[in-house]
Write a protein that binds this ligand. Structure first.
Ligand SMILES: *Cc1c(COP(=O)(O)O)cnc(C)c1O
Length: 372
């Protein structure tokens, strides 16, 4: 089955009780036992499972062609669940420009707990190899990366991880399963902030861990989901599942618009550098062509004249909105270094742009007047 068909049908069935084609929302926190004490309908308490979460998880597993998925209340809760399967004393290798929330989790919350992390340039497989220790249990890959849009070689990093007895975990939030299938490249786990493209309307927080195999590490993630309790509400699961149905068409349109916008920016005299893997001059262009079916809806660019010039351009947008996050209908622009805060490696003149579903010429006109 093709991904468009999976997105429409996975996790959906006509409600046997009423014939409803759109799924009902099951708000119940608790489920009835039979007189013999059993739970023949499969649910017991909504933190452990509920019908809307089951449907979303089934859909996410099918979208990634994985064996199973666990849904969480945010992408960060999903990330934490993966790290929590490791033990104090273990070591992970993560990209130097990993999503800043993931870096913060590792540095401020997991390092004191005993999980060591080394941050490397993940586009350089030799650098990742050099960071291996006897206690390395996971290599965390995020490609394209946020906000520099660097492309890492998932297959080579998965081979490296497996040779060292470690897991390869891929944060597939930027690409989505529509543009990139990490399990076909050897990844063991895929993490998503469904908050972004999969939910796609800027109105749901959610995350997920998808596993290539049902046994092994996924059992620990499933156990932590119920025990840790960072679970999404039935309504959020319903909203995410509803949005995924249109995701293949939305993501393709985001990517087509982003290519046009990045091409415009690359020719603009006030733009120093554009980071978009779809541009032939991008250092990861050839690799992105191999491991992605399109280059995605995110781009970032550096404005000539430093921080003040970047801030001034962001101040002038009229159609695009100045806000963090990405993957929704509306284009969003953000001065990334100031939200990442002290210690950021992001250039001060960089603006990150989530290219929305407005007409691309209107986005380009807005950028043109804002850059002056
Ligand atoms: C947003 C994001 C996350 C975290 O997701 P939340 O839902 O905000 O917790 C993780 N990874 C990437 C790449 C993201 O963009």
């Amino acid at each position: 089955m093709r991904i468009e068909t999976i997105a429409v049908h996975a996790g959906h069935r006509v409600d046997p009780a009423t014939g409803a084609v759109a799924p009902p929302i099951s708000l119940s926190t608790t489920f009835e036992r039979d007189p013999d004490g059993s739970y023949p309908r499969g649910h017991l308490y909504a933190r452990n499972s509920n019908p809307n979460r089951d449907a979303l998880e089934a859909c996410l597993a099918e979208l990634e062609a994985g064996a199973a998925a666990a849904a969480f209340a945010s992408g960060t809760a999903a990330t934490l669940a993966v790290f929590h399967t490791l033990a104090p004393g273990d070591h992970v290798i993560a990209p130097r420009d990993v999503y800043h929330g993931t870096a913060r989790l590792l540095r401020e919350h997991l390092a004191p707990w005993g999980l060591a992390a080394t941050f490397v340039d993940m586009t350089d497989v030799a650098a990742a190899r050099a960071a291996l220790t006897p206690r390395t249990r996971a290599i965390w890959v995020e490609t394209p990366s946020n906000p520099m849009l660097k492309i890492s070689d998932v297959q080579a990093l998965a081979d490296l991880a497996h040779g060292a007895g470690a897991l390869c975990v891929c944060d597939n939030t930027f690409a989505t399963p529509i543009l990139q299938r990490p399990f076909t490249l050897g990844a063991d786990l895929v993490v998503h902030a469904t908050t972004k493209y999969l939910s796609g309307h800027g109105d749901v927080m959610g995350g997920a861990v998808v596993a290539r195999a049902r046994a092994g590490v996924f059992d620990a993630i499933r156990a932590f989901q119920a025990a840790g309790g960072g679970v999404p509400s039935p309504f959020d699961c319903w909203l995410a599942l509803r949005s995924i149905r249109s995701a293949p068409y939305r993501v393709r349109a985001h990517a087509e618009n982003a290519l046009k916008v990045a091409t415009f920016l690359a020719r603009h005299p006030r733009v120093e550098r554009v980071h978009y893997p779809g541009l032939p001059g991008h250092p990861g262009h050839a690799l992105a062509r191999r491991q992605m079916s399109h280059f995605g809806g995110m781009t970032s660019f550096q404005v000539a004249g430093g921080r003040d010039a970047a801030m001034a351009a962001a101040a002038k947008v009229r159609v695009i909105i100045r806000a963090t996050s990405f993957g929704g209908m509306e284009s969003l622009i953000e001065h990334r270094a100031s939200i990442e805060g002290p210690g950021t490696t992001t250039p001060e003149n960089l603006l990150r742009l989530s290219v929305g579903l407005e007409h691309p010429d209107d986005i380009i006109d807005d950028l043109s007047q804002a850059l002056g």
